[in-house]
Every structure is written in structure tokens, then in C-alpha cells.
Design a protein around this ligand. Structure first.
Ligand code: C2E
Ligand code: MG
Ligand code: MG
Ligand code: MG
Length: 286
């Protein structure tokens, strides 16, 4: 892509070439700026957790919450993870930031319990880089001990691609996490290699169907067929399914008719700050 643009710029003369390199320099400058601001973000307490409910389709009640990271960057407002997680991944800062996310989520969970709310499982995203880091299991153990959270209230989401990247070592880490009583889900399912046969080797409890297949569920017969197949195969492996990005009642009804267990999406709620999540949880069971 960039090479093609470069070729085109060169072929069509020096001015275009200069324009192009200027753009490149701008992009590099923005990246550099983001990266250097990120280096101090953790120490300066600029990260925040948002929470998005996962709904039990049969009862339309809150089953759990996914924990989603936000960066409140001075002078830039709230920055979304797609802008900064790849940079943290690239330079390894995702390891300390990810540990902070886990710790913060567990502390929040314990605080809600102290405030008299019903326990709610929280699902934390783990990135490939965190997964490859030798200290992961020890970090999880430390967070469990320090916070005192019941392991059943903490889940991890790992993408399919992250799982497929590594072999036996991944399996061993998953087993250790599982042995601590924590649950594991496969995130963004269907976007990677999608081998459910392979997945049966992993101690995983849930499959999260990627939003890409839910988006056009009403109009696309192909997407309906794919979603049905994922739900059926997951069911035969005793895995429950979560549909991501559910935005309409129609999508919800289709998922219900196909036997999907959980739904997450703007239809119920966008991710929200802890104070709003607390209010939602307090209304639970009313
Ligand atoms: P994800 O884990 O697949 O999270 C779901 C994403 O879908 C979230 O985006 C959520 O806001 C968005 N979403 C939920 N419902 C809807 C909907 O109905 N419509 C649409 N259009 N979008 C919906 P978000 O919060 O921007 O996060 C993006 C990704 O960043 C996450 O995808 C996850 O891969 C990553 N991420 C977020 N927080 C963390 C974290 O703490 N650690 C790591 N390693 N990755 C994280
Ligand atoms: Mg996720
Ligand atoms: Mg996802
Ligand atoms: Mg995603």
C-alpha cells in the first residue's frame, strides 16, 4: 500500500514525492508523540476502566461486564483503545498497563461487593504480548491475593489469533489460569483461523462471536449461516456463545432463535464509567 503510493509519488514527479514524504513525517511525528505521551500515562494515572454489560439472552439480565480500557489524555479527551493498544503492544508497555487493568478491575469488583452489590463477573482482555510474557501467571496470582477477589469473578478474553500464534506453551498457561479457577473466553471469534476443533484442546468456557458477523445479521444469509454454525459447534463442545456488537432488537431476536446464550452491544448499553456501571448494577434484581 505505502510502497504503491511511494511509487506513484515518485513516478509523477518531485513535488508529489515531497508531499508524500511530508505526510509520512507527519504520521511518524504523531506516532512518536502518542508513544512518548503513553510512556508517562500510567504513572500519571491517565488510564480509566469502562464497563459494558453482557446480557443473558433468556432473562435479559446482566450476566457480567467486560472491562475496556480508556486513556484520558490531557488536551485530547478520551482516547479509544484501538488508537493506543497497538502502540503499547509494540513497545511492551501493555505488560505493566495490562497488570494495572487487572488490579484495577479486581479492586473495583471488591468495592462494589463492599457497597452491597450482587457479585458480577468481570472480563478482562489479554493481549498476545501479555500472554507471551513469562510473568503473567505470577501477576494474576498476586492480583488475586492482594485484592481477595473470588477467582470465579474474574474472566479473561483472549483472541483466537493470540491463541493460534503459540503452541504448547499457550496451552500450559491457559491450564494454569484455569486451575486458579478463572474462566477463559475466545474473543473476536471467526476473524482468525477459526478452528473449533483446535479450540477443544483449550480450557475455554465461552466463544465471543465477532461483531463483523452480527452487524448485517438481518440482511446477510451468509452471516446468519456462519453464526448458526458457530453456535451449534460451540454447543457441541459445551461452550457458551456471546454475540458481540448487538445493536438492534432484530439481531437480538435472531440470536435468541439460534440459541445464542449471551449478547453484548449498544442495544443494551455502550461501555460506561464505573459510576454508571455501579448504578446499573444497583438496579439489578429490582
Ligand atoms: P473487544 O475486546 O472485542 O471489545 C469489544 C469492542 O466492541 C469495544 O470496543 C466495545 O466498545 C465495542 N462495542 C461493544 N458493543 C458495540 C456495538 O454494539 N457496536 C459497536 N460498533 N461496537 C461495540 P473498544 O472499547 O473500543 O475496545 C476495542 C478493543 O481494544 C477491544 O476489543 C480489545 O481488543 C481492546 N482492548 C480494550 N481494553 C483492553 C485492555 O484492557 N487490554 C487489552 N489488551 N486490550 C483491550
Ligand atoms: Mg474483549
Ligand atoms: Mg471482541
Ligand atoms: Mg475486538
Amino acid at each position: 500500500h505505502a510502497d504503491a503510493a511511494m511509487y506513484h509519488a515518485k513516478a509523477s514527479g518531485r513535488n508529489n514525492y515531497q508531499f508524500f514524504t511530508q505526510k509520512m513525517n507527519q504520521a511518524a511525528a504523531i506516532h512518536f508523540d502518542l508513544e512518548s505521551s503513553l510512556r508517562t500515562a500510567l504513572a500519571q494515572d491517565q488510564f480509566e476502566l469502562y464497563y459494558q454489560p453482557v446480557i443473558d439472552i433468556a432473562t435479559r439480565t446482566v450476566h457480567g461486564m467486560e472491562v475496556l480500557l480508556r486513556w484520558r489524555r490531557p488536551g485530547h479527551g478520551l482516547v479509544m483503545p484501538d488508537r493506543f493498544i497497538p502502540i503499547l503492544e509494540e513497545n511492551g508497555m501493555i505488560v505493566p498497563v495490562g497488570a494495572w487493568v487487572m488490579r484495577q478491575a479486581c479492586e473495583q469488583s471488591m468495592e462494589w461487593l463492599r457497597q452491597g452489590l450482587q457479585p458480577v463477573p468481570l472480563a478482562v482482555n489479554l493481549s498476545p504480548r501479555q500472554f507471551m510474557h513469562a510473568g503473567l501467571v505470577a501477576a494474576i496470582r498476586a492480583v488475586l491475593e492482594d485484592s481477595g477477589i473470588a477467582p470465579g469473578l474474574l474472566e479473561f478474553e483472549i483472541t483466537e489469533t493470540a491463541l493460534m500464534q503459540q503452541g504448547e506453551q499457550t496451552l500450559e498457561i491457559l491450564r494454569q489460569i484455569n486451575a486458579m479457577g478463572l474462566r477463559l473466553s475466545i474473543d473476536d471469534f471467526g476473524t482468525g483461523y477459526s478452528s473449533l476443533a483446535y479450540l477443544k484442546r483449550f480450557p475455554v468456557k465461552k466463544v465471543k462471536i465477532d461483531r463483523a458477523f452480527i452487524k448485517d445479521l438481518e440482511t446477510s444469509a451468509e452471516d446468519r449461516a456462519i453464526v448458526s454454525a458457530i453456535i451449534a459447534l460451540a454447543g457441541s463442545l459445551q461452550l457458551s456463545t456471546v454475540a458481540e456488537g448487538v445493536e438492534t432488537e432484530q439481531q437480538f431476536a435472531l440470536l435468541q432463535s439460534k440459541g445464542c446464550r449471551y449478547a453484548q452491544g449498544y442495544l443494551f448499553s455502550a461501555p460506561m464509567p464505573a459510576s454508571n456501571a455501579r448504578m446499573l448494577l444497583a438496579r439489578r434484581g429490582d
